[in-house]
Design a protein around this ligand. Structure first.
Ligand code: FES
Length: 113
């Protein structure tokens, strides 16, 4: 896994929701309620661009059919039976970084202890 710069520090002064490319992945970078989050940018329901959605009460809401995903865990709302992948985010002196790994690294993490 590696950290990739996804935004400038100046951007974290105001709330935002935008698509970024980090580590070859298309991600949704969110600054909401004073916190930063990163999720997959593709909705697992029917493929909508989640960066075109909105945030409300700690949830990322898809612009197509209004499915909701928890920004911390990626879990879908009860009854959806789905989730979006989430990624660690870190603010450094020179920008906002997202930690992205390959699917194999992710798989190893899932089955690790
Ligand atoms: S495509 Fe996102 S809820 Fe349907």
């Amino acid at each position: 896994m590696a950290w990739y710069k996804a935004a400038d520090n100046a951007e974290v002064s105001t709330p935002f929701l935008k698509k970024v490319i980090a580590g070859g992945k298309s991600l949704c970078l969110v600054h909401a309620d004073g916190k930063l989050f990163a999720t997959s940018a593709t909705c697992p329901h029917a493929g909508a661009d989640l960066s075109k959605g909105r945030c409300e009460n700690g949830k990322l809401i898809c612009p197509f059919h209004r499915y909701q995903y928890d920004l911390e865990t990626g879990r879908g709302a009860p009854g959806q039976n789905d989730y979006v992948r989430t990624y660690p985010v870190e603010v450094r002196e020179d920008g906002v970084y997202v930690k992205v790994g390959s699917w194999m690294e992710t798989l190893k993490g899932v089955f690790k202890g």
